[in-house]
Write a protein that binds this ligand. Structure first.
Ligand code: GLP
Length: 246
């Protein structure tokens, strides 16, 4: 694992956005896996600025979003569909057929999961997957205990995740109870991974990862088995002691 330790979120966004930009320059038809959550938002903002500054042609890239809440209308401010169109796909000038997002409004969610998994295969799989990490170690919405061989599936969100995400909603009771997420095995098929961790509330998850062990109770630790991971981590997210190694 390539570990880049940075001082703060601003530096993380700078390093991560440059990493993505380089990947697009190296492969203009890049398939980019997109994560949501608070951590990558500064990265996306800087990516938009850098793409505009350097006039980078994105007309041949594809994006594949990791997850989406079940039951939130597309125009709901907190649906990932809305967030990404507003903050990333719109400013980058991507057309709708360039951006894949699971449909959390499909009446047949099982069918939607199968459709999405096939759609990822059809674009040739993900070249560079951006990931954040939940404070309980989740990646995408793969909560602790998710089978490591899972594909795209519907999840019941844990209380910890719903509480963490309540800050984005007017009322905590509005946080959906379910989501569709790309599975762990699908994430592991990505050819490279850019993992972002910022803030001391992520230090338990980061220390579990850095223990080098694989523990399904900390889904992020599966990345220890991936051959091409870059971790960009703020100083406060990288605890000195690796309690989970004990
Ligand atoms: C969210 C998303 C994940 C994200 C994680 C951490 O619920 N589904 O993709 O990585 O939780 O979010 P944040 O960056 O806001 O801490």
């Amino acid at each position: 694992m390539n570990i880049l330790t940075v001082k703060n979120g601003k530096e993380l966004s700078d390093v991560a956005s440059s990493h993505i930009l380089k990947a697009v320059k190296d492969k203009p038809d890049l398939v980019l896996g997109i994560a949501t959550g608070g951590t990558p938002s500064g990265t996306y903002q800087q990516l938009v600025e850098k793409v505009q500054l350097h006039s980078v042609d994105l007309s041949n890239i594809k994006t594949v979003n990791l997850d989406e809440y079940v039951g939130l209308a597309r125009n709901h401010e907190e649906s990932y569909w809305h967030y990404l169109h507003e903050h990333l796909y719109g400013p980058l000038g991507l057309s709708p057929d360039q951006a894949l997002i699971p449909n959390g409004l499909n009446e047949n969610l099982e069918k939607e999961c199968v459709r999405y998994e096939k759609a990822i295969e059809k674009v040739g799989g993900v070249d560079l997957q951006i990931l954040g990490v939940g404070r309980n170690g989740h990646i995408g919405f793969n909560e602790p205990g998710t089978p490591l061989d899972s594909k795209t599936h519907v999840v019941e969100l844990t209380d910890s995740t719903r509480q963490a995400n309540a800050r984005f909603f007017d009322d905590p009771s509005e946080v959906p109870t379910r989501a569709i997420t790309v599975g762990i095995s699908t994430i592991m098929k990505s050819r490279s991974i850019l993992l972002l961790a910022s803030g001391k509330e992520k230090s338990d998850a980061v220390s579990a990862l850095l223990s080098g062990k694989i523990d399904p109770q900390w889904p992020v630790t599966v990345l220890n088995q991936h051959p091409d991971v870059t971790l960009v981590v703020t100083e406060d997210a990288k605890a000195e002691e690796h309690e989970h190694a004990e």
